[in-house]
Ligand binder design. Structure first.
Ligand code: NAD
Ligand code: UDP
Length: 327
């Protein structure tokens, strides 16, 4: 039997990917050290015969990973294993795991690429819109090289991902690994952690619990929010579509909104009495972010289908069910 390895499979996006692959009839090997993910995300997959969970840190010595994986034949590897929330108030944030984040995207990427090379497996590296930093060009196309502070607060993530991209194409050029890079733009949906700290989950949790909705800065900064089901479709197409080897794709929803607009929408959709409160804008917070997805449309025939309203509705329903205690 051939498996698809999902590194970071117990996380938010990874858990949806594991489920989608299993639903499509593919055996899945999920590798995760649970640093920011949660076993409850994959609990419902646990009794499926073709699902294997291995608790493991991909940044350890290669021999450890290699022996853990021995006996499994792999056809493809999705590398999603990295902390991803920039909110220093969250215990899951990459700001609180600076070295772990750098290593997940450097040593971790190296280890997984060595596995891909040995197995002759396809490889997909989950990069990020953050490699564009605080962009001077909008929307951001794949051939924009970005505006990144190499040692600012966010650099452990931004530069980690930039290194990961270079490593991925280094292995492709030197060893011919069948690799592609996907730059994920702000994605949200069920299975985000209540205490993740990213904006959509924070605003929904705050609105549902009646606490203040915390806008950092004046709320004029923009983001473009993609619902997770669209992202999973894009990730699988980027891995398995013909002609994706050696390509870089932006995946995200180009529907650009201000953070203030998002807060107002969530307050209205939840019927919340929460007040909007303004707090200090974190260092290095990008002012604009919007993907140019022309390339994904052309090569993958992919574009997001779920509107922000529809996606928020599903996410609000999820948090209503999953939040520990509502007042
Ligand atoms: P997440 O934190 O929910 O998932 C990441 C998973 O990786 C977690 O389960 C975590 O425990 C695991 N992990 C981290 N370091 C590991 C290690 N050393 N060994 C094994 N497992 C490890 O975050 P997410 O939002 O699902 O993000 C998944 C990937 O997508 C990340 O690489 C992230 O950088 C990228 N991404 C996400 C977004 C987004 O908006 N959600 C945007 C851009 C990029
Ligand atoms: N943000 C906010 N309040 C919060 C959390 C985030 O105003 O409680 C803002 C944050 O400053 C940023 C945007 O929302 O401008 C998106 O933040 P997120 O953490 O989701 O990810 P980013 O896109 O910055 O990586």
């Amino acid at each position: 039997m051939e498996y698809i390895l999902v590194a970071g499979g117990a996380g938010f996006i990874g858990s949806h990917l594991c489920k989608a692959l299993l639903d499509g009839g593919q055996p899945v090997l999920c590798v995760d050290n649970l640093i920011t993910g949660d076993p409850k995300n994959i609990k419902s997959l646990g009794d499926r015969q073709e699902f294997v969970f291995l608790e493991h840190d991909i940044t350890g010595p290669f021999a450890g990973l290699s022996s853990k994986l021995s006996g499994y034949r792999l056809s493809a590897i999705f590398h999603l294993a990295s902390p991803a929330s920039p909110n220093k108030l969250s215990r899951r944030s990459y700001i609180n795991f600076p070295i772990e984040t750098l290593l997940a995207n450097s040593a971790g990427t190296y280890n997984l690429l060595k596995v891909a090379d040995g197995e002759k497996a396809k490889f997909l590296y989950a990069s990020t819109s953050e490699i564009y930093g605080d962009p001077l060009v909008s929307p951001q196309p794949e051939n924009y090289f970005g505006n990144v502070n190499p040692n600012g607060l966010r650099s452990v993530y931004d530069e980690g991902k930039r290194f990961g991209e270079a490593m991925t194409f280094g292995f492709r050029r030197k060893f011919g690994v069948n690799a592609r890079i996907v730059r994920i733009f702000n994605t949200y949906g069920p299975n985000m952690q209540e205490d993740d700290g990213r904006v959509v989950s924070n605003f929904i949790v705050q609105a549902l619990s009646g606490g203040g909705i915390t806008i950092y800065g004046d709320g004029s900064q923009t983001r473009s929010f993609c619902f997770v089901s669209d992202m999973i479709q894009g990730l699988t197409q980027a891995m398995f579509h013909e002609g994706t080897e050696g390509e870089v794709f932006n995946l995200g929803n180009p529907d650009e909104r201000t953070v203030l607009e998002l807060a107002t929408m969530i307050k209205k959709m939840t019927g919340s009495n929460s007040q909007i409160v303004h707090e200090e804008l974190p260092e290095g917070d990008p002012a604009r972010r919007k993907p140019d997805i022309t390339k994904a449309k052309r090569l993958l025939s992919w574009e997001p289908k779920v509107s922000l309203e529809q996606g928020l509705e599903k996410t609000i329903e999820y948090f209503k069910g999953s939040m520990k205690k509502l007042p």
